[in-house]
Write a new protein. Structure first.
Length: 496
């Protein structure tokens, strides 16, 4: 009797002619058994392949945490040194005469501190843009980027609060803002939104981090005792039960929904701080969407720079791919054009009629002493990011990152141009005051404190990436079709 079942070259099971006339049902039964056996072997092989792929990914994404090299220690030491210089500058500011240490006066009472505050608030919107929105619309390419966006958002909003304290001059009065604050004040609105947003952002960062903390707890057994203790405490008894996975995923979804309106609100309320102040340059109903659109554009540019740095420093080219830069470049173009639209509404429309209310400020920006800075901001902060990434060659990692770096720098100067020149043209003319009061240029103390906030921002991000995986292991694994509940079994907390 001839064989009933054979395997073709491409692995498909085929039935040959039965010379003995065996019942057709029997032949199909044998064929089905052989086919099921073949599929089972294929599934086992695929499962082993996924496990091997996951193990390799886990090893690669934990590598930056395993050991800090010499360059990493020098970088951290450099950032700490700048932070210490900033603390000393702040000590001088608070213990010596303000007329000696800072350049803020009655007219320009907001300087680089508030400019940097607005910059950080804008940068914090990166969490809503790159994490929350992309998670909800389920673009799979977002998975390696979410944690980078979330830690930048948390660090930025913390530094925004530091800038406010530095600008107060009397930090002990911050207490009175909570005890005697009036809900009619836009400043109280800003405090409420900032506190809510930072809480939601920290939760959005921490909740999906818990499975990663457990992986660090179980795999990084050669770390110091304090670090292992930290992983153990922060894992909160996670054992990978299906109910826990369900809670984490549902919590992340709820938080992502919350963060989007909060992120937009925080920058809208910040815009209202200016729009509700009696200054002709800030007398605009366009400020809310104008600020939000600029924040989204800055968030895209900041994300490009961060992804490039982590890609190179931690050798993550396998996970932060060129396709991510291609998509981020397209996003930068779209958001830059949106920002351009609101800039036209903010500057071109008032300039067309050139009313006496806005004339001094607009002429100063277009052809006056601040014109060089203004036109460089337009060029590097709007025009180039809107045009060059349209070309595929400009969406490659290096050229796109260079464009994004200039866009980020231009974004800070843009906030400076909103704050400082806006205070230089009050309704009543500046008179009977020293000449220095009519102009503002930040003092060395102010610049040192602002530099320290940037160093602290980078220090928070650096230290975080050295303690926890900067790319979410389980989210990337699930994006590749890996069932984490089946593949990874955490060590039970009582066994540690």
């Amino acid at each position: 009797m001839e064989k009933l079942i054979t395997k073709s070259e491409n692995g498909v099971m085929e039935m040959q002619r039965d010379a003995s006339g065996i019942d057709e049902n029997e032949k199909y039964r044998v064929m089905e058994e052989e086919l099921n056996l073949y599929k089972e072997k294929q599934n086992v092989a695929a499962g082993k392949s996924k496990i091997q792929k996951y193990n390799l990914m886990e090893e690669e994404l934990l590598r930056p945490i395993q050991k800090i090299g010499r360059a990493g220690k020098i970088w951290i030491g450099f950032l700490v040194a700048i932070c210490l210089c900033g603390l000393y500058a702040y000590y001088l500011q608070e213990t010596k005469s303000k007329y000696e240490t800072i350049s803020l006066r009655d007219y320009t009472m907001w300087g680089v501190y508030i400019s940097t505050f607005v910059f950080y608030v804008a940068l914090s919107l990166i969490g809503a843009l790159m994490s929350a929105i992309l998670k909800l619309i389920k673009f799979e390419w977002y998975r390696p980027l979410t944690r980078i966006a979330e830690i930048i958002a948390v660090a930025s909003i913390i530094m925004a609060g530091v800038c406010i304290v530095a600008a107060m001059g009397r930090p002990e009065r911050l207490y009175f803002l909570f005890t005697y604050g009036r809900i009619q004040s836009p400043i109280v609105w800003d405090v409420i939104v900032i506190m809510t947003y930072i809480t939601a952002s920290c939760l959005l960062l921490f909740m999906p981090l818990i499975p990663g903390i457990v992986i660090c707890r179980d795999k990084l057994t050669n770390k110091p005792a304090w670090q292992k203790w930290m992983y153990k405490k922060l894992s909160f008894g996670w054992n990978g039960a299906p109910e826990q996975w369900k809670i984490v995923k549902k919590s992340v979804k709820v938080l992502a929904i919350m963060v989007i309106p909060l992120g937009i609100s925080i920058h809208t309320v910040t815009a209202w701080l200016f729009a509700t102040t009696l200054r002709p340059e800030w007398d605009s109903t366009n400020f809310g969407p104008y600020f939000v659109s600029g924040a989204f554009a800055l968030g895209a540019a900041g994300m490009i720079v961060a992804v490039y740095v982590f890609r190179k420093v931690y050798s993550l080219e396998k996970y932060l791919e060129e396709k991510h830069f291609d998509v981020l470049g397209k996003m930068l173009v779209l958001l830059s054009f949106c920002y351009l639209y609101f800039n036209i509404n903010e500057y071109v429309v008032p300039a067309y009629k050139m009313s006496s209310l806005h004339a001094n400020h607009l002429l100063d920006l277009f052809i006056g002493k601040t014109a060089p800075t203004y036109w460089l901001v337009v060029l590097f902060g709007i025009a180039i990011p809107a045009i060059l990434p349209m070309f595929r060659a400009m969406r490659k990692p290096l050229p796109l990152t260079i464009i994004a770096i200039f866009a980020v720098i231009a974004a800070w100067f843009k906030r400076y141009l909103i704050v400082v020149p806006g205070l230089s043209h009050p309704f009543l003319p500046i008179q009977d005051v020293p000449e220095s009061w009519m102009h503002y240029f930040p003092s060395l103390v102010e610049m040192t404190i602002v530099a320290a906030t940037f160093a602290a921002l980078l220090l928070i991000i650096t230290v975080f990436s050295r303690l926890f995986p900067i790319i979410s292991i389980w989210e990337v694994a699930e994006g590749d079709g890996v069932n984490m509940q089946k593949i990874y079994k955490p060590i039970k907390p009582e066994m540690l």
